[in-house]
Design a protein around this ligand. Structure first.
Ligand SMILES: NC(=O)c1ccc[n+]([C@@H]2O[C@H](COP(=O)([O-])OP(=O)(O)OC[C@H]3O[C@@H](n4cnc5c(N)ncnc54)[C@H](O)[C@@H]3O)[C@@H](O)[C@H]2O)c1
Length: 423
């Protein structure tokens, strides 16, 4: 039997050992899914905390040690793909990880990349690295790209919305060759009901970029309209509610305080960077990223100007921020507008406290701040309250009744007029 057939047999018979590298939001879910389908699994993360927090089970190794890769058959990479300071792709996590796994790679293994990245990465970075190690791709080593699509919507079990997870979201899969693709499909078929075959690696990589660019552009559109319509006293939410009654040809996006997370704020710049490298100016994509950053400053400035203009006396110069997670009902604070607004306020000499049912504490420029419980007495200490994230479990009646000046970035309070400002 050749390497392809051997690996295929191992996968089909669930004898393949699956190793997930990077146990963050994406990697953790993959690890759990493969493990619960009966695969022997290994989870590798350089952060000891991430390992400690995981479940301990039979047939599961959790480790910092890359040496375990030498017993793995399938290596799935779910590492961060951030931006550098000048908004170009930072693939240092991927490069470092390849270096660490290098001594333990062997013939007959498969690597699948799940991280979001610009078209060409899988082949240029991982493919070239494997070739340099004298593997013969698709003969004795296999390479796949399968972008993760999970939505980090957590926890709130009562939600009536369909919950999309790894299992019920179609999963795109591309291979370096047909053999690689075949193996990829066999593997992911165990954890998802619908594996969608991509024609090649680059097309799959681009599709992930486009999914996030689509969101970035539509969010930017309603946020830019919000800034303009605010100026001429037209309520953007009322406009969108009307437009949203059109049953075709219109998809309603809601304006907000900006965006966050590890995907939408970053991916458009990955594609923009690649376009620039190819001497193409992807203006629309870049502009969306810039507008979605601008909206957060616009909101901070509006609030600061209001405080100054109306000579509002703040107790200890503090405002109260409601919601630190970047979106509703999740605990993820990466690139969160709440943190950006807090920073902006700090720069202008103000301070803040926050309340978030899903974020117990934050590290704010080296200072640990804990979430405050929303009580009547809490409101008595703050003149200015800002709703940044519209968590379902916030008590909006209490917020509306007890906030002296209320700034609402999510259109989440609808029965108050006095000293209420939709931003
Ligand atoms: N979070 C999401 O909802 C989401 C959705 C779709 C796609 N993605 C993409 O998936 C990728 C991973 O995202 P994430 O949200 O899981 O990131 P994350 O930051 O939550 O997790 C990454 C993990 O990798 C670990 N790590 C860093 N360097 C390492 C190394 N050398 N070896 C082993 N572990 C290492 C970190 O400690 C961390 O635990 C990104 O490319 C992201 O764009 C994320």
């Amino acid at each position: 039997m050749n390497y392809f057939e051997k690996l295929r047999k191992k996968v089909i018979q669930k004898n393949a050992i699956i190793c997930i590298i990077g146990l963050g939001y994406v990697g953790s879910g993959l690890l759990k899914s493969f493990h619960s389908r009966g695969f022997k699994t290994i989870g590798i993360d350089i952060d000891a905390e991430k390992i400690k927090r995981k479940f301990i089970k039979k047939n599961l190794i959790l480790t910092k040690n890359y040496q375990n890769i030498n017993i793995a058959d399938i290596i799935i990479i779910a590492l961060p793909t951030p931006l550098t300071k000048n908004l170009s792709p930072d693939l240092s996590f991927l490069r470092k990880s390849l270096k660490l796994m290098s001594p333990y790679l062997k013939k007959g293994q498969l690597i699948s990349l799940e991280s979001s990245t610009y078209p060409g990465t899988t082949e240029e970075i991982i493919g070239s690295f494997l070739k340099k190690k004298h593997f013969n791709l698709s003969k004795d080593f296999f390479l796949v790209y399968s972008p993760e699509r999970i939505s980090p919507e957590l926890k709130i079990k009562k939600s009536k919305k369909i919950k999309y997870n790894l299992n019920n979201t179609p999963k795109i899969c591309a291979g370096y060759s047909n053999k690689c693709l075949k193996l990829g499909k066999e593997i992911y078929n165990f954890v998802t009901t619908d594996v969608v075959q991509a024609p090649n690696l680059k097309t799959a990589e681009t599709s992930k970029m486009v999914e996030n660019v689509f969101r970035s552009i539509n969010i930017a559109l309603v946020n830019e309209l919000k800034m303009f319509l605010n100026k001429i006293n037209i309520d953007i939410d009322e406009v969108l509610n009307l437009a949203g009654t059109k049953p075709f040809g219109f998809t309603k996006f809601s304006p907000g305080p900006g965006y966050g997370g590890h995907c939408i704020p970053l991916d458009p710049f990955y594609l923009y960077w690649l376009a620039k490298k190819n001497k193409f100016d992807l203006k629309f994509v870049k502009t969306s990223g810039l507008i979605n950053r601008k909206i957060t400053s616009w909101i901070s400035n509006k609030i600061i100007n209001f405080i100054v203009k109306n000579k509002i006396k703040l107790f200890k110069k503090k405002v109260l921020i409601l919601g630190m997670a970047y979106k509703k009902d999740i605990d993820d604070t990466r690139e969160s507008p709440g943190l950006i607004i807090a920073n902006k306020l700090k720069k202008e000499g103000y301070d803040f406290e926050y309340s978030d049912p899903h974020v117990n504490k934050i590290n704010f420029n080296g200072l640990i701040k804990k979430s405050k419980k929303l009580t009547t007495s809490l409101f008595s200490r703050f003149q200015v309250v800002i709703i940044v994230t519209d968590h379902s479990t916030f008590n909006y009646k209490l917020i509306s009744e007890k906030s002296k000046y209320l700034f609402d970035c999510r259109n989440s309070v609808n029965n108050r007029k006095k000293n209420y400002f939709k931003l």
